[in-house]
Design a protein around this ligand. Structure first.
Ligand code: NCD
Length: 304
């Protein structure tokens, strides 16, 4: 992987680079578990700029950098930063990139990470840009699938939920288009995948769009559940019309193959019942835990 390069879209990574990252993630995971002290990022500084709420993404990035021996500077609440005084994102990025070796940004506007990468003198990683993309979530989603099945090809992946606003699903579909998979897209009719994403994947992916989870659940190897992105709706009546429109409960899981798995980028609201958590197919907490080794591998590849 070329060093000193930004990661704005999953399309910035080749399939070979993905596989390379997975191998390194497994090494990082092993080092973490053995308690080995890593120092390769000593002297390096990562800046996190989160203009939107986050728990897992920010903390796992910060944990990853510290585990590698590097340090982290961060604006805890951008409302307390100069953005509140009217500073443009471009100016903030110009300055922050002079204080750090790597910038992780999350922003409510689609395209913000791309813009940041243009004004930054150091690599920028997109940690979510509005309803756009969330490439590092996809890295750990695919990593989890790869660890569980030993492959990504030849699986049936059902993506359930808010496929319109859910940036994790957009990045996931763009990445899955490289593999030989069957994809079921299950959502309420008003939350289907936007056409600009569908157009990019439809020639390479075998896809079924439906609003019935029951019609595809038995053939599913990976059930990828997502939250309705309440904060993205312009019309709250539209949001209210889809509340509770799908939910994965015990009875749903009973229909699934024994060897299948259930993933969710988290946070969950009510789309997976807590009774499902102790089923052996529920893997969303392991998936979240992989956020650290996968982001360690990514930081290593970008800054090595
Ligand atoms: C996701 C996000 O921010 O897009 N969360 C995450 O990073 N794990 C999913 C969500 O908020 O629903």
């Amino acid at each position: 992987m070329k060093t000193n390069r930004s990661l704005v879209s999953v399309e910035d990574l080749s399939t070979e680079e993905l596989m390379d990252l997975f191998k390194l993630s497994t090494d990082m995971d092993r080092d973490l578990r053995s308690g080995k002290r890593l120092t390769e990022m000593q002297g390096k500084i990562m800046a996190t700029l989160f203009y939107e709420p986050s728990t897992r993404t920010r903390l796992s990035f910060e944990s990853a950098m510290r585990r590698l021996g590097g340090s982290v500077i961060s604006v805890a609440d951008p409302r307390s930063s100069s953005a509140a005084k009217g500073e443009s994102l471009a100016d903030s990025i110009r300055v922050v990139s002079s204080y750090s070796d790597l910038i992780i940004i999350r922003h409510p506007l689609e395209g913000a990470a791309k813009l940041a990468s243009r004004f930054s003198s150091v690599p920028v990683i997109n940690a979510g840009d509005g309803s756009g993309q969330h490439p590092t979530q996809t890295l750990l989603d695919l990593y989890t699938i790869h660890r569980e099945f030993g492959r990504i090809d030849d699986l049936t992946i059902t993506v359930l939920g808010d496929l319109k606003y859910g940036r994790t699903t957009h990045s996931l579909l763009l990445a899955l288009a490289r593999f030989e998979v069957r994809v079921n897209l299950v959502s309420p009719p008003i939350l289907k995948v936007p056409s600009h994403i569908l157009d990019r994947v439809k020639s390479s992916l075998q896809m079924v769009e439906t609003d019935s989870l029951e019609s595809v659940i038995e053939d599913t190897d990976v059930l990828y559940v997502t939250r309705i992105q309440k904060e993205r709706f312009a019309d709250m009546n539209e949001y209210r019309s889809v509340i509770g429109s799908y939910s994965v409960v015990r009875e749903t899981v009973d229909l699934m193959k024994q060897q299948s798995i259930i993933l969710h980028p988290l946070p969950r609201v009510d789309e997976i019942d807590e009774n499902v958590d102790n089923d052996k197919r529920a893997r969303y907490f392991e998936q979240a835990a992989y956020g650290v080794p996968v982001r360690m591998a990514l930081i290593h590849k970008i800054l090595e």
